[in-house]
Ligand binder design. Structure first.
Ligand code: J2J
Length: 555
């Protein structure tokens, strides 16, 4: 059951020999962490905490429950949980039986979820019940019922609700899945048969999880990460951040996000014997209070949150002296903002330029201040291979901007079940085309200077322009549509739709409710609509988005 397409045998052998790939699965990692330090606190959520042994036991008990439902090794399970301890428990429960979590963001709606369920052919969908004024059970109900009516394809077999399943009798409550007959993990001497059930034979080169890519053309693709590559990703990032048993990581951004989970995030912290504290909402008040109360040492943010944190910290209500590292990534952080972080929070800023597709760049703790504030870091592995190329695919002179191509020990060689797209997204030599324009500074650090992919980055949230355009075209008044990223002081970019319409163009509000009805996540909705007579074209007949950007009203 290999993830395909995969690294060549020679590369795999090289990565194993270098010690990057450990040959271990996440299910077995958790067991060994629990054996090494059973009594240390692994996870904190509100008033509840779990030691490593308790986390291990919870994973066993859930694993047995998942097995009882009929979920098997290799089955894909769409997980859409907000920041709660249950995310981590469910994730390791699935890992323990070799099932594959498919990460959905809390903001995703019917369109995105249905796509993920279909592409991954998911056996189950795990949801929070009601959260942030949205009832995920309603979404699941619609999806299950619609899929059951179809004659082709497999139906979605199970919905698991982390909370009250409500009136939906065919849904299963997560609580009911806990098999309390499984013996608790007691450290080195434990290891009875049922607790290992399902784990047998799991291979570290199997799929460990599927992440949603930001997407450029058509519908977003799934990124296939194996145990070997993802564990290395987390460990290498943890080493660079010097994490250890005293580290306390605050998970502020969604745990489903690659950044929060593994760069080094939740997994890197657990690998280092530290403690993960779950932040239930990203408000600066909640987060700064938790930093104070839980003596947090490291956390990660997207750029738009930074000014709010600095403002809140200025009030001086909180003890923030435990915080050593504030990671910022997902979108370009302004140099000026980077310079303000150290003095305001007393923590060191670390820029993170990463991607679900693999490659992560970090500024180093001992980089000169100027480099930390003006670059987005450098690769975390000595075996990350980087090429910076011009429009014809030829390497640029060092220091010049070009598209970043990469391959390496934690950058998979293709998207999941996307053969045609893989031929475009990867070079013949297996380099992933990031679509990012970067410049290598003399120090070796990269500066992200732009993008050639048709994507809008709204403060870290990625919007594939063509996906939204296809929805816009289904509006009865719209005959042509183009989505562009307008510069925005708060978000970096915001989506603006240029529309050619028959008759009256829909207002921004009308369009928002139209897209909501179509089940699209709210963050993809255009902030503004501009009606035009026709869309400008380039010489080769593509929509000229640069020309459209010029037409935006000046801020
Ligand atoms: C500019 N653009 C950036 C940065 C990502 C860690 C951190 C972020 C992500 C992530 C991640 C940027 N400056 N500092 O997965 O593990 C843009 C680039 C990149 C795309 C990837 C991680 N950091 N970006 O953001 O898969 O365009 O991952 O190719 O969501 O975000 O997006 P995503």
């Amino acid at each position: 059951m290999k993830a395909h397409p995969t690294w060549s045998d020679a590369d795999a052998e090289r990565y194993r020999r270098a010690g990057y790939w450990s040959g271990r699965t996440f299910g077995s990692y958790l067991r060994s962490w629990a054996e090494a330090r059973p009594e240390r606190v692994a996870l904190v959520d509100g008033d509840h905490s779990w030691t490593y042994a308790e986390l291990d036991t919870a994973a066993d008990r859930l694993a047995l429950g998942f097995q009882r439902l009929g979920i098997e090794r290799g089955d894909r399970v769409v997980v859409q949980l907000p920041n709660r301890a249950e995310f981590v428990l469910v994730w390791f429960g699935l890992q323990r039986i070799g099932a594959v979590p498919v990460h959905a963001m809390p903001g995703h709606r019917r369109t995105e979820i249905e796509h993920m369920v279909r592409v991954s052919d998911a056996a189950a969908y795990i949801i929070p019940g009601r959260h942030a004024r949205f009832d995920y059970r309603e979404l699941a109900r619609e999806l299950v019922d619609d899929m059951a009516k179809e004659t082709a394809g497999a139906p979605l077999r199970h919905v698991v609700v982390c909370g009250d399943p409500g009136a939906h009798r065919d849904f299963t409550g997560l609580e009911d899945l806990y098999d309390r007959t499984a013996p608790p993990s007691t450290g080195p001497t434990s290891g009875s048969t049922p607790r290992h059930a399902g784990e047998d034979g799991a291979d570290s080169s199997d799929l460990a999880l599927l992440l949603l890519s930001g997407g450029t053309t058509g519908l977003p693709k799934l990124v296939q990460r194996t145990h070997d590559d993802y564990a290395y990703n987390a460990r290498a990032a943890a080493d660079i951040c010097a994490l250890g048993e005293d580290s306390v990581y605050l998970a502020v951004l969604p745990i489903a996000f690659n950044f929060t989970l593994a760069c080094p995030g939740v997994l890197g912290t657990l690998m280092s014997g530290g403690t993960v504290v779950v932040c239930p909402d990203p408000s600066p008040q909640t987060a700064l209070r938790l930093i104070d109360e839980r003596r947090v040492t490291i956390t990660s943010l997207s750029p738009p949150l930074v000014p709010y944190w600095l403002e809140e910290a200025e009030h001086g209500h909180y003890r923030l002296d435990s915080l050593r590292i504030l990671q910022v990534g997902g979108a370009r952080l302004a140099d000026e903002m980077a310079r303000r972080i150290g003095p305001a929070l007393g923590a060191q800023v670390q820029q993170v330029f990463g991607m679900a597709e693999g490659l992560i760049n970090l500024t180093r703790l001992d980089d000169p201040e100027d480099l930390i504030c003006t670059t987005q870091g450098r690769p975390i592995s000595p075996d990350d291979e980087l090429l910076i190329v011009d429009a014809d695919g030829r390497p640029v002179t060092d220091g010049e901007p070009g598209e970043l191509l990469t391959r390496g020990p934690y950058t998979p060689c293709g998207y999941y079940r996307a053969e045609a797209h893989n031929r475009i997204a990867f070079t013949a030599d297996g380099f992933y085309r990031t679509g990012d324009l970067v410049r290598r500074t003399p120090s070796g650090n990269l500066e992200v200077v732009g993008r050639i992919k048709d994507q809008i980055n709204r403060g870290g949230e990625k919007i594939a322009a063509t996906e939204v355009e296809e929805h816009l075209l289904t509006h009865p008044a719209v005959t042509a549509a183009a989505l562009v990223g307008a510069p925005d002081a708060q978000w970096g970019e915001r989506p603006v739709a240029f529309l050619v319409c028959q008759g009256q163009a829909p207002s921004t509000r009308e369009l928002a409710s139209f897209l909501k009805q179509r089940g699209l996540a709210a963050y993809k909705t255009p902030d503004d609509v501009i009606a035009v007579d026709r869309l400008p074209l380039t010489a080769v007949g593509k929509i000229d988005k640069n020309a459209l950007l010029q037409r935006l009203p000046r801020l």
